[in-house]
Design a protein around this ligand. Structure first.
Ligand code: KIV
Length: 281
């Protein structure tokens, strides 16, 4: 199984690595078997899976529900649960309780928290009690209203200096890695070269130690114009629409089900079919 020590070794050996979000059992199993070393149960699931306009409405219970499904699908990957808005900002005690639920009830191996400032002390406490922490700096979606929208951060010298000092403080506090989102590549490069722990970029250029993408963006399941930092490796939205239309046409015209889909009195039983298909359990 991939551990936080492996992730550090990747950086020490100069091996770049991929991280993907996962929100459900089946996609976790596919990504895990494909060898993706870190699966992030991101609060982006609020927008991708639940249809909210931001990540702010996502609750800890929403996250735990998806995290449990991901844990059931995964054997090898390091699993990181994203602490949602208002599950860690109230107090260190609240953060410990929320992070503890991810580990104890949902099979996660680590948690992610957004921001610097007060989050540094929370990170220190979580690391001290044995809960690995992934930091998240730059464009932090839970602060969308403070940022005035999903905007690139760290463009001014003052902003860049603040992000750099938060990154150093997170490392000092015991974070095992830090996501750098939505910032100029130059800043992400400088942070990556300064920190001992790995950086994981999204919209932060090619210079970080790892890269993370939202699975549904990468697969082309989200439609419309892809953000600049996304590369679509498939066009599954088109594939699904094509398959659904073909199925609907076949049902309408009587082509499906065909004779090969029928059970006869002495043929195979539905129970046996169900054993062969790879559901959970
Ligand atoms: O919620 C999420 O998916 C994330 C990643 C994009 C880093 O925070």
């Amino acid at each position: 199984m991939t551990t936080v020590l492996d992730i550090q070794r990747f950086k020490d050996e100069g091996r770049r690595f991929a991280v993907l979000t996962a929100y459900d059992f089946l996609s976790a199993r596919i990504l895990d078997e494909a060898g993706i070393p870190i699966l992030l149960v991101g609060d982006s699931l609020g927008m991708v899976m639940l249809g909210h306009p931001t990540t702010l409405p996502v609750t800890l219970d929403d996250m735990l529900h998806h995290a449990r499904a991901v844990a059931r699908g995964s054997r090898q990957a390091l699993l990181v649960g994203d602490l949602p808005f208002m599950s860690y900002q109230v107090s260190t005690e609240q953060a410990i309780a929320s992070a503890g639920r991810f580990i104890q009830e949902a099979g996660m191996h680590a948690v992610k928290l957004e921001g610097g400032g007060p989050v540094i002390e929370i990170t220190r406490r979580l690391a001290e009690i044995g809960i690995p922490v992934m930091g998240h700096l730059g464009l932090t979606p839970q602060s969308v209203h403070t940022m005035g929208g999903f905007k690139v951060q760290g463009k001014t010298d003052a902003q860049a200096a603040r992000i750099m000092s938060d990154a150093k403080a997170l490392e000092q506090a015991g974070a095992f890695s830090v996501v750098l989102e939505g910032m100029p590549s130059k800043l992400a490069n400088t942070i990556t070269q300064t920190l001992r722990i790995p950086t994981i970029g999204i919209g932060a250029g090619p210079g970080t130690d790892g890269q993370v993408l939202v699975l549904h963006d990468m697969l082309g399941l989200t439609t419309g114009k892809a953000p600049k930092f996304v590369k679509r490796y498939a066009n599954l939205a088109e594939d699904i629409a094509r398959a659904a239309t073909a199925y609907s046409d076949d049902v309408r015209t009587g082509k499906f089900p065909g004779p090969e889909h029928e059970y006869s009195a002495n043929g195979s039983a539905p129970a046996k079919d169900r054993e062969e298909v790879r559901y959970g359990g």
